[in-house]
Design a protein around this ligand. Sequence first.
Ligand SMILES: [Ca+2]
Ligand SMILES: [Ca+2]
Length: 434
Amino acid sequence: MNKITTFIKRIPKKASLLVLILAAAIIIPANLFAWGPDRPTYTIEHPADHVTFDSITNNPDYGDERNFVTIKDASVPGLSSWSDELQVQNGKEYLVRMYVHNNAASNLNLVAKDVTARFNVPTYSANRIQIDGYLSSSNATPSSVWDQAVFTDTNDFKIEYVPGSASYTNNVFTAGTPIADTVTSTGSLLGYSSMNGNIPGCFQYAGYLVFKVKAIEPSFDVQKTVRINGIDDKTFKETVNVQPGSKVDFQIYFNNNGGTQLTNVYASDVLPSGMTYVDGSALLYDSLGKHTLPDVLTTSGVNIGGYIPGGDAYVRFTAKIADNKDLTICGVNTLTNIGKITTSIGTKQDTATVTVTKTCQPNECKPGIPVGDSRCETPKECKPGIPVGDKRCAPTELPHTGPAEDVMNLIGIGTLVASIGYYRSSRRELLNRR
Ligand SMILES: [Ca+2]
Ligand SMILES: [Ca+2]
């Protein structure tokens, strides 16, 4: 700054306005990230002759006192690691510190009066949040000094003061004494032997004010579940087993479990083959009640609105399971459905599964082989569950449970039991068709 001032003095007056504008453009941004106000400074060798705070530039314990507000990760022990800028992590606590030193020379016996610390802790969400600390005294010059520290992150977040966390430590209160929570609003008195606002000049009367803040980032959760449509058991589960041609209800649960408001939350759903969306079935349940959603949940997705921290919603819709003939695999079909929520901070998804068993008639053999095809009559083609030599063809793709089943099949017990069971279900199927 001195160099700029000198330069301004040397140049002709005509050009001085332009230079001043240029100089201001250089000086102002620098001041935005520094202490204030611009004020006379002092040294250990030459302290102030009046009451003034945090203006010594070569403090052997602290450094340049004008940078008197600093921050650190609360989980990092020790006196080091204080900085002016920190990247936050969700849910973590941080310490904010203010160094307090009346720079008046000790032999002058100048006591600062009404010494008050006040912090501005913003409540908004942003990806850069500056905390300003103000230290004032009714008989100091300047009467108020300020400094700041900045929390950052890639996404928006919030900083919250931790109530009851403020304390002041000095040579009297070596373990700290509580400071009122008004330190983040109207301000709180500091002191030396008591917090009465009086702080004499010199190092031995200096102290630190420290309090905690918590970083809260945006976050949300999504849970996808399913239930059988129209039955008494209304609970939603991770998986259900249904009959071909029946209906299931899906639920997408959204929860804003972060610390910021999320607007324009989108819900969407990916249906697997083997099930179709039932038109007009999509509903939204939120804090305002039940709402019908347009039939775009399984196509473009639907905007389900904005949610404050702790806000949540349920999206439900019905899907029809394919009829027996339209299922692709004989035996158990596992249909996995994916529910998605998209917000300004990204997309999350979760699944729910439906299992449905396709019954294949013995003479249907398996897909791709015509009824009556000779391959179906070949004993070698017969599958587990039908004894070798039986003329019927087995429903293919029966669940194969492993070595134990192989052993059972080998000794014939498993096959006997399975074939009886199969015969019964076939009979039932035929009866049902009538
Ligand atoms: Ca600072
Ligand atoms: Ca799930």
